[in-house]
Structure formats: structure tokens, C-alpha cells
Design a binder for this molecule. Structure first.
Ligand code: ATP
Length: 367
């Protein structure tokens, strides 16, 4: 990282009574970055946003924005703006009054406010005739755009988004996701976005931060998180996956030998670049995503293959999802794209193969 981070969170703890909601979180966010915070319900995502926004005092640790320690700085004086899942639009104010409210609080001249409101309306692609309407006369998606417009009007350095799209239907959500991405590109503001939707996180974020039980498990680019998860929990949380038990042997040059009771691999070794640094000799897990697995012939020249019986199949639009079981009892998930005929039938004995380039070997642990 060359430039100083716009947001620097160092060893932040937050307890509610005796309950530790954040247990030593450290995170640096670069200027203009789009960070997605993901993790199971209750892992501390909203709590972390609240500490950054200044809605709550941290129990210990430091939060710096543009290098300035935020300890004791009230929310209103922080260069942040937060958008909530449940809209906090004022029902008795028009759209224009709602959007302009943060500037009114700062006693900005009403004419100047009107100019900024017009700018925000254009930025959020809201129709000018909405300005005089009340929130109840807008759709859910339009209300969320008004909320975004209001959060942007005070030119925050950091926009904190707490699941702003989760209440919208799927179609509208897609539209607003594209809007968020466009907004982020056009304004250059740094976004920290909490979401339950992993596809949304993958699609929007420059880096994804995976949290669990008040801690950060992994921070990385979407492809890193997806293809090189830090542990079995991240691997399974970030999409369906297969974790196949293997035994790691000796390293020799850039290859690591391995053995498996089920996987047939003529080479019996893996490039060490596919093995996480903390994996030593002994038990490990080979992470193989469902979409990397294909049906193959028994004598096919593929990097890895194993026999299995198809136990379930679900057609899902352009893809077919299968479940299969190996003779050793390993359950496998397989996803095959865009076929008009079914490549495998229920109950069929098949061989399944994959190439090594997108696998990842990680240490066993709590999934
Ligand atoms: N004001 C509070 N008093 C007591 N406990 C709280 C308070 N706020 C949050 N918690 C607890 O802290 C933990 C973290 O909550 P938080 O809202 O940050 O989770 P989250 O990851 O945002 O969850 P979700 O995805 O469900 O929104 C939860 O167990 C929650 O019950």
C-alpha cells in the first residue's frame, strides 16, 4: 500500500456489558476503495460500522480517519455518512427536504442547499418531480436512492452502508447494485458496505472482509477469498465448496507430494503455490469449487479424478447442480453450466475430474 489509508482501524474491541462484540479488529481501507464486510449474523459487522461512524464509543483500540484519531469526536463531526437497511427517511419531509437535511443541520444557506439537492437528484438519477413528494409516494428502490442522495450531500469521505439493499426485491436489488457501483466510480468516495449477499460482495467490492465472532478471518480481493480461502469456514461461507481430505507429504522444489484414499492423481503432487503457507505435513483439505468439477472417463488424462454415484440433481436455470457420493462416503457438490441435456443421471456411477489450477489446499479447521 503506497498512500496512507483513509480509514485505519487498529485492535478495536467493543463489549456490550460483558459480551465482546468486537475482539481486536484491525483493518486499513485505502482512499476510494469499495470494501464489503460479510459474515454470519451477529458477527459484529454493524457494530464495526457504528464505531467508525461514532455512534458508539469503542471499548479499546484506535480508529483513524485520514490520519486523525477519532476518539472523542462525535458522529456529526466525523467525515462519514451511514445508510441503514431500514430507511431512516423523515416521513413528514418532502424528498428535497430529506436530501437537504444534513446541510440544513449545518445551517447552510437554503439557496445553496437547493443547488446541492438538484445535483444529488441528478447523481442518483431521480426524477426532478419527486422533489416535492413525500417518501410514502415513492417505491422502495426510489426511497433507497433518496437515502443515498441524503448520505452523499454532505460530501463524506467515507460512506458506511449497512445492508441498504437487503429489503428490496431481487430485480430492484440488481438495478441498485449497478447504481451503487456507478456511484462509487463517479464520486471516488470510499465505501464500506455490509451485506449478507455474497454475490453482491463479489460483484461490487475491491476487497472483501470476512468476519466471524467479532474477528476478521480474511481480507482480500474477491478472487482471493473465493479461490484461496484462509480456512474451511471462509471456504464454505463464500459459496458452496468441496473440501476433500488429503495427506500432505514432503516438499521438493516447487512441488508438494500428497496422498488421498479417493483421488486418482498420476502425479501425486501439487505446485506449492496451491498450498496455503500454514499447511505442514499431515492432514489437509483440497478445496475444489463445484463449477470446476466435470464428468470424465475413467481413463481420462485429467489432473485429479475420482469415482462417485450421483445422488441428487437440481436444475437451476442455465446450470445443473448435482450431489454425488464417493465410495468412501465423501459428499460432493458439482455445478455444470448451460446444458440442454443432462450430462449425468440420478443414480449413475460416474468419474468426476478437475484440473489443479484453481484448487487450493488449506489446513483443516472449524467449518
Ligand atoms: N446495543 C447492544 N447491546 C447488547 N448487545 C448488542 C448491542 N448491539 C449489538 N449487540 C450484539 O453484538 C453482536 C454483534 O451485533 P451486530 O449487529 O454487529 O452483528 P451483525 O454482524 O451486524 O449481524 P447482522 O448480520 O444480523 O446484522 C450480536 O450478538 C448482537 O446481539
Amino acid at each position: 500500500m503506497t498512500a496512507a489509508p483513509i480509514l485505519s482501524i487498529t485492535d478495536v474491541h467493543k463489549s456490550y456489558g460483558s459480551y465482546p462484540a468486537l475482539k481486536g479488529v484491525s483493518l486499513d481501507v485505502r482512499q476510494g476503495e469499495f470494501i464489503a464486510l460479510v459474515g454470519p449474523s451477529g458477527c459484529g459487522k454493524t457494530t464495526l460500522l457504528k464505531q467508525v461512524a461514532g455512534f458508539e464509543d469503542t471499548t479499546s483500540g484506535t480508529i483513524r480517519i485520514e490520519g486523525n484519531d477519532m476518539a472523542g469526536v462525535p458522529a456529526a463531526l466525523r467525515p462519514t455518512s451511514m445508510v441503514f437497511q431500514k430507511l431512516a427517511l423523515f416521513p413528514h419531509m418532502t424528498v428535497a427536504q430529506n436530501i437537504g437535511f444534513p446541510l440544513k443541520l449545518r445551517k447552510v444557506d437554503p439557496k445553496v442547499i437547493a443547488g446541492h439537492v438538484d445535483e444529488m437528484i441528478r447523481l442518483m438519477e431521480l426524477k426532478p418531480e419527486y422533489l416535492t413528494r413525500y417518501p410514502r409516494a415513492l417505491s422502495g428502490g426510489e426511497q433507497q436512492r433518496v437515502a443515498l442522495a441524503r448520505s452523499m450531500i454532505s460530501s463524506p469521505k467515507l460512506l458506511l452502508l449497512d445492508e441498504p439493499l437487503s429489503a428490496l426485491d431481487v430485480k430492484l436489488k440488481k438495478v441498485l447494485q449497478a447504481e451503487l457501483k456507478r456511484l462509487h466510480r463517479s464520486v471516488g468516495v470510499t465505501f464500506v458496505h455490509v451485506t449478507h449477499d455474497l454475490e453482491e460482495a463479489m460483484m461490487l467490492a475491491d476487497r472483501i472482509c470476512v468476519m466471524r465472532s467479532g474477528k476478521i478471518l480474511q481480507l482480500g480481493e474477491p478472487s482471493d477469498i473465493y479461490y484461496r480461502p484462509a480456512d474451511p469456514f471462509v471456504a464454505g461461507f463464500i459459496g458452496e465448496t468441496n473440501l476433500l481430505p488429503i495427506t500432505i507429504g514432503a516438499r521438493s522444489g516447487d512441488q508438494v507430494s500428497y496422498a488421498s484414499s479417493e483421488i486418482v492423481d498420476a502425479a501425486g503432487s501439487l505446485p506449492s503455490s496451491l498450498v496455503a503457507a500454514d499447511v505442514g505435513q499431515g492432514p489437509a483439505l483440497m478445496n475444489v469449487r463445484p463449477e470446476l468439477i466435470r464428468r470424465c472417463e475413467k481413463d481420462a488424462h485429467v489432473d485429479c479424478k475420482l469415482p462417485a454415484t450421483v445422488t441428487e440433481l437440481f436444475t437451476k436455470g442455465g446450470t445443473v447442480q448435482y450431489r454425488a457420493r464417493t465410495p468412501g462416503g465423501q459428499e460432493l457438490a458439482i455445478e455444470i453450466q448451460g446444458t440442454s441435456h443432462l450430462p449425468m443421471q440420478l443414480g449413475e456411477d460416474v468419474w468426476l475430474g478437475w484440473s489443479k489450477k484453481d484448487i487450493w489446499v488449506l489446513k483443516p479447521g472449524e467449518a
